[in-house]
Design a protein around this ligand. Sequence first.
Ligand SMILES: Nc1ncnc2c1ncn2[C@@H]1O[C@H](COP(=O)(O)OP(=O)(O)OP(=O)(O)O)[C@@H](O)[C@H]1O
Ligand SMILES: [Mg+2]
Length: 279
Amino acid sequence: MTRRFWGIFRERQHSPGRESDDAEILRLTAKHLEAAGYQVSLKTPDELGEADEPSPSLVFLMCERVAALGFLEPLAARGIPHVNPPSAVLNTYRDRMIPLLDASGVPFPESCIVSSEAFDPGHPCPVWVKRADVHNTQSGDVVFARSPAELQEAVAALHRRGIPRIVLQRHVPGDLIKFYGVGRPGGEHPQDLWFRWFYHREQELAGYPFAEEALWTVAQRAARAIGLEVYGGDAIVTPVGEVVLIDINAWPSFALYREEASEQIARWLFRRLAQGAVP
Ligand SMILES: Nc1ncnc2c1ncn2[C@@H]1O[C@H](COP(=O)(O)OP(=O)(O)OP(=O)(O)O)[C@@H](O)[C@H]1O
Ligand SMILES: [Mg+2]
């Protein structure tokens, strides 16, 4: 029987400034699958459900909107493996992610989710203001407010755009790290886990010492809490060497490690195909 994979691109609105990087990692992953003899259909979220075609053996996806995830959810419920599971992608929406991370015990800055209409203008500054649903889609979605006036303006701008809920999050000073991971932390195959990190380029790096092991632990615990198998995120190393998670995202562009990551992802997809649905 021919094994058929579907690969779903990210919605363009969810790839601000990295449309081609996001598409590239999906295409490269597909190439590895095809080289191993599998048939792959790459689709945009809009193309889902267009053609009356046989069900895939596995779906790998970068889409993030409720519409596409809602289409895939019944396939996942039928036992077709999805990487990442649609429920895990939904869990990256900030209003779900924050309580999940809080419950997981991962070091994460105090965050409150409030209405963009009725928030406390006296909230201490500086503070990060983020829309409470999806990640960054355009300027204004994630804003650093240094003063009450900037806070007021950032929230008002989100409210004007019809975004009802926002996150106010404590600022964590320190060195900004980006990380990437593949595999299911805490699963049966620790040898499959792949992890890379690097310092974000655009910063004045202080070089605070920290334990790489601690970073890996934080990233893995966060991925596990959210249910992600292909993930990326941001963490800050504080002046005292603590690693604080700032954000975790489903299937990033892996831009600096595209070749290596695509091989690792393909390997993980074969593993998932063999394993079947997530229990
Ligand atoms: N609480 C915080 N403390 C310090 N820096 C922060 C904080 N929150 C956000 N930042 C900075 O803003 C950046 C973007 O924030 P975040 O990752 O939460 O948003 P995002 O929507 O995922 O955006 P991006 O796609 O750019 O990562 C982080 O990489 C970090 O540099
Ligand atoms: Mg981020």
